[in-house]
Design a protein around this ligand. Sequence first.
Ligand code: R5P
Length: 302
Amino acid sequence: MLVIEGPSGNGIGKSIASSLGCDFLESLHTIFPDGESEVGITAPVEGKDVVIVQSTCPMPDKRLIELVLLANEAKRQKARSICAVVPYLAYSRQDQRFEEKGNAVSIYTILEMLNFAGISTMVTAAPHNSESLKAFNGRMIVADAITPLANEVKKDLSKPFVLAPDKDALYIAKRFAEVLGCGYTYIKKQRNKLTGEVKILEAPKDVDFKDKELVIVDDMISTGGTIVQAAQFAHANGAGRIVAAAVHLVMADGAYERMRGAGVDAVYGTNTIPYDRARAHTVDISDAIAAAIRSKAAPTKA
Ligand code: R5P
């Protein structure tokens, strides 16, 4: 097996190669004057099982094209199999069509494109909607990035309680609560499909956050709006310390400041996306990804 780190592998490729005990190669990467990416595989891969590691944020469109180019080059060179490790898979949130907006359901196009490029196995972490990923015509493996993240948070808290800011994040809250040995609940939220604005529809009843260290968990933090709403709710209900933990720290401009302004004391995340380690406790999930590659997950589609 040969692990190739793409231009936005974020160092995960090298770590998983050492964890799997296999060969490692940096990809060629230059940018043409017009902004095009030039990528390349600098050693022959014919007959090899190739793993390409490429996260897709920031610059999701560029990063996806680079992944397609690398995978298709490996296919052209007659690699035996091509697995793409995409720790953060962009477009995962574009999984529904809203008639009033007229949007494309883009995640399906992305999955088809990756498959067409020659990728037969994909490994990702904390996908926005694992149901939609079943459309991938190959093996789709979800690495467990939640347990290492919860273990990191556990080191710092003594009286935790876990809050999911919406029902979709309930599975994350449940896993955190198991690791932290505490209770958990969730808030019902609604996002305006046109403006993206988030509002709380219904808060959990009979919760007592008093003197608790509240851990707000989610798959990702983008604008920070979801966490801000949940933090404001938690403060209004007497929470003491509040921390936010999410696998993917997209952290759009101003997200950190918005969360701090809403009383979030600390941010925890993983290295699926490069982010300022001085601002967020960052957990390396390379071992979780290596374990996922080793696993014999069944193909997602027959
Ligand atoms: C949405 O359903 C996701 O699970 C996250 O809650 C959301 O993407 C976070 O985005 P933001 O930080 O912009 O609220």
